[in-house]
Write a protein that binds this ligand. Sequence first.
Ligand SMILES: [Zn+2]
Length: 240
Amino acid sequence: MQLVGYESSPDAALLVADEGTVTRVALDPGTDLDYALGERHCAGVIQNGQHDTCSNTGAPWCQVHTDHWHEGLIEEREDEHVVYLAAFAPATFKVGITRTWRLDTRLREQGADCGAHIFTVPDGQVAREVESDVGSDIGERVRVATKIRGLHRLVDDDAWADLLDEFAVIDEFSFDYGLDLTDQPVPETLAAGTVVGVQGRVLVLEAGGTHYAVDLRSLVGYDVEPGGDEQPRQSSLGAF
Ligand SMILES: [Zn+2]
């Protein structure tokens, strides 16, 4: 049994392969996970719902299989696109592009706390030009570790408003992922505990009274055993 993929919020899930069959495990709040992590290797490839295993050591995907995972980065060139800003608490901002009809989903799958639609352009190429223009000031990437550090925080509304003042904002978004955290969860790689929620590709689990933040991508490729998770781990941030 191997963890072979994931889906980000708003419909977050882990994909678990067993003897070629792929099961989608929804990460709804309150779901109990109980997978002990074993060895990690390439997650192989899923085609027509069937999983082909791969023993190469590259993880989550080896060089042969890495192209099969697009993670929303490949955009159709011909469609109308939007250029958007995304805010991650407390005050990390980025610019991005997506097809117009995907904007709400795109912001949620990245785990943005707020978003703003700032330009509409005829195709993906123009969108990329505008993105790199705006991105030279604001940035186009936010690391998952940065997002985790702000999971329990609110967006700095003044800083966000100051940024939006520089643009003719077409539409604004704000999202609540229902995590309700008072402290920063402990970054960890585990798949055992009770699901609190998922923000983007960050899964928040509660186990033994501690909240853990798990980058779903960091789980992909692990062989797992149902039951029997006994890994020792940090129980509070104070130990770092
Ligand atoms: Zn492979």
